[in-house]
Write a new protein. Structure first.
Lengths: 380, 396
């Protein structure tokens, strides 16, 4: 049992923290938001230069063979700096599908572009009524010749506006809520029949609603088994959940730090408001919530390697519950302790709060995952 | 980072578990599961079994009879002990006064007291809190005056746990009225059988008598019963309270209770089916289990850290243990109350003697709920813990 980072992991942490300290202060972030697609190509290039975009890929695929802990380190750092760039969509999720199910040809076609920063991906999964059930899929992929024809609508696709390639879940067989008959397809965003409605999200990222109308793709578009890929989807989404937990820990750390600094300097009644016990206790409870979240983020990271899929999902669901509860408390109290200034777009704390809030509703909220743990027979 | 225990650690867990299975008296275990109080004999019997095995003072330095275990082994031992469940060693002796004596006491004191603490030949109690000194402990007033070769002790202590069983007390006494309040306190030990010591029980809301008031009326104590230096008692008290940080989370206790909740909830019916099938109840139970899992991980982080950096600066996460540990213990007793519903009401006038078998399965659930309100109050109330985090961790 060991919770420390090894030497290489420490170097990784120092390197990404250093990069983001240099290039990602709050003022720079505002500039990046105004760039095409809402994030900085230059920062993305720097992440590529440091090898961070190739981190989880195997060495054979040109990557660094990093595991869950490496991704945790990166996501925590990205959270701390409130980074806009599509690491989750491209490297964690898109890359995850390629790592777990990509054929050699599929990997050769997509992985080098991810690693060198020239290509980004997006995960087109959510549907109008699917909410958090990954198996609830009405988008269809019908066989045509050797290839497939995709029809359906996907919503709130993060980085959907910019991605060159869309990873799309679609049903090849069965009814809306059947657990079998679901496939995963790589679809070029430029394919005929793909239409996008893009918009910024509440937390400053960019997403798109995407309609697929008779989109024809080749036989090589299917990742893994097109008739039975729910387990694959669950695995990759579990990895995304773990990554979000780590990002949230970074966001909470920075929110707490910013709040504590603020109440140490803000004066009312002639003293720093941090000298008032009611505020001290609130800040202490934020610390407790953040530490419990950190513990569960570590747990989820290590659970990512569990052999047993049920045990893995149960542990990750539990982590998502703890993170959801902690982030709500830390986020809301950070605004409260900042007072009026916390309500303004000008102060950075509100932006942390907004990203935290969106994380709770990504890939299953607190209630959803709590029910999963409860129905799965608990944790003890 | 690696969550797995090593093969050696797993084998150690098995060894500990096997020993408990073979050596904890079954009645003792049953009473703990049911939340009952144990008699003095039952406790002492078990502690002597543990001491004979060499595990009674496991965390002491080896030269005084400790085991030399790693912090992970201590963690495993404690978890197994709490979740079996078996009675934990008498904290007042083994975790509190013992370490103060081997760290600050002289050779004679070590020889005289340590073996008797280990074998519970002396039952120790703690004389810290006073009626006017709870969270503000340093304001204590019990005074010890030097008169020739004796201390003359006058004053009153309160909340003295199991003082009715005690042979010895370690006591914080004011020995200098003129110094700053923390500076004039000394750490003195003496026999509870001394002339002038009176113990008066305090009945708590659960109906039990765990705590007492202790009065000192011109108690004469030999001068050599001072531990360490005169007027340095506050430092020793802080040292004592800083020990055993990780045990306070009582993760094993809560785990054991959650197993009991699951067990009872699959028997007790609500709406014509076991209450465990009720979605709302099940989610509450899951919520508690998740909190406990997070706490267990936090505790493991602290334990793993201790192993690496030795004693000294505690991991900031350790402040979380008391607050969350106590909250979760309280939640588990709440869930038990919820499971038995209206059967929480009957009060067993026979108390703990087990003569009313019909009430056995529910009799101690409400008392245990009432009794567990104490866990967020004692050992530095949770509000004091929040003050500590604010000051020591956040720098407020």
């Amino acid at each position: 049992m060991d919770f420390d980072l090894n030497e290489e992991q420490r170097l990784l942490k120092d390197s990404i923290d250093g990069l983001l300290t240099d290039s990602y202060d709050f003022e720079s972030r505002k500039k990046y938001m105004k760039e095409k697609g809402g994030w900085s190509q230059a920062v993305w290039g720097k992440l590529a230069e440091q090898g961070l975009l190739g981190l989880p890929f195997s060495e054979a695929d040109g990557g660094f063979g990093g595991g869950g802990v490496e991704t945790m380190i990166v996501m925590e750092a990205l959270g701390k700096a409130l980074v806009l760039e599509p690491y989750l969509a491209t490297v964690v999720i898109g890359g995850g599908f390629l790592r777990h199910a990509g054929s050699d040809a599929q990997k050769a076609a997509h992985v080098p572009g991810i690693i060198d920063g020239s290509k980004t991906l997006a995960f087109a999964q959510l549907e109008k009524n699917s909410r958090y059930d990954l198996f609830d899929v009405t988008t269809t992929a019908k066989k045509k010749g050797d290839g497939w024809v995709i029809d359906g609508e996907k919503f709130v696709v993060l980085n959907g506006e910019n991605a060159e390639t869309l990873v799309v879940t679609a049903r090849t067989k069965g009814d809306r809520r059947d657990k079998s008959g679901i496939g995963v397809f790589l679809v070029p965003a430029s394919a005929k029949g793909v239409t996008k409605k893009s918009y910024p999200t509440q937390d400053g990222l960019h997403a798109a609603d995407i309609t697929f109308t008779g989109v024809e793709v080749g036989a090589d578009a299917a990742l893994g088994n097109p008739d039975d890929s729910l387990a694959l989807i669950e695995r990759v989404v579990d990895e995304a959940r773990v990554a979000l937990c780590a990002e949230a820990v970074g966001l909470m750390d920075e929110s707490l730090k910013t709040t504590v600094e603020y109440i140490k300097t803000r004066k009312q009644f002639g003293v720093a408001i941090g000298s008032f016990q009611s505020l001290q206790h609130r800040a202490s409870d934020m610390f407790v919530a953040a530490e419990q979240a950190r513990s569960m983020s570590m747990f989820a990271t290590m659970a990512g390697d569990f052999e047993d899929a049920k045990e893995r999902s149960n542990a990750i669901a539990a982590a998502k519950v703890q993170i959801g509860k902690s982030l709500k408390y830390v986020g809301q109290q950070a605004i409260q302790l900042h007072g009026g200034i916390g309500m303004t777009m000008e102060a950075k704390i509100g932006h942390y709060f907004k990203r935290l809030t969106m994380i709770e509703n990504s890939f299953g909220d607190t209630d959803y995952h709590q029910r999963r743990v409860a129905d799965g027979g608990g944790l003890i | 980072m690696d969550l797995a225990f090593t093969k050696e650690e797993q084998a150690f867990r098995e060894e500990v578990r096997t020993f408990f299975r073979g050596n904890v008296p079954p009645d003792t275990r049953r009473k703990l599961v049911e939340g009952r109080h144990l008699s003095k004999d039952e406790m002492v019997t078990w502690w002597r079994i543990l001491n004979k095995k060499g595990w009674g003072t496991s965390h002491w330095p080896t030269q005084y009879g400790g085991t030399g275990w790693s912090s992970v082994q201590h963690y495993i031992f404690n978890e197994e002990l709490q979740s079996y469940p078996a009675p934990q060693p008498l904290a007042f002796g083994v975790s509190m006064v013992g370490p103060v004596i081997y760290t600050f006491g002289n050779e004679e004191q070590k020889k005289k007291y340590l073996p008797r603490i280990a074998n519970v030949d002396d039952w120790w109690c703690q004389g810290f809190s006073e009626p006017g000194s709870g969270s503000d402990l340093a304001s204590l007033k019990t005074k010890a005056e030097r008169k020739g070769h004796k201390w003359i002790i006058n004053g009153q202590k309160t909340w003295t746990t199991l003082a009715q069983h005690a042979d010895m007390i370690f006591c914080l006494c004011r020995t200098d009225n003129n110094a700053k309040k923390q500076m004039g306190i000394s750490f003195i030990v003496f026999s509870m059988k001394s002339k002038g010591v009176t113990v008066r029980p305090i009945q708590t809301i659960d109906g039990g008598v765990e705590v007492n008031e202790v009065f000192f009326d011109d108690v004469e104590v030999p001068i050599e019963n001072l531990i360490g230096e005169e007027n340095k008692g506050w430092d020793y008290a802080k040292f004592l309270l800083g020990n055993e940080r990780t045990g306070i989370a009582r993760v094993g206790v809560s785990k054991e209770r959650l197993r009991r909740i699951r067990d009872l909830a699959s028997k007790v019916e609500s709406g014509g089916k076991p209450i465990i099938q009720d979605a709302t109840f099940r989610e509450k139970l899951a919520a508690c289990e998740i909190e406990l899992k997070a706490l267990e991980l936090t505790q493991l982080r602290v334990v793993a850290d201790e192993g690496k950096h030795g004693k000294g600066k505690p991991n900031p996460a350790s402040s979380v243990l008391k607050i969350k540990g106590s909250e979760i213990q309280q939640t588990t007793t709440e869930l038990l109350m919820e499971v038995i519903g209206p059967f929480a009401a009957p009060y067993d006038v026979h108390g703990d003697d087990g003569s009313n078998e019909a009430m056995d399965w529910t009799a101690q659930i409400a008392p245990s709920y009432f009794n567990n309100r104490k866990v967020s109050i004692y050992g530095g109330s949770n509000e004091i813990q929040r003050n500590i985090i604010a000051k020591a961790v956040l720098g407020l």
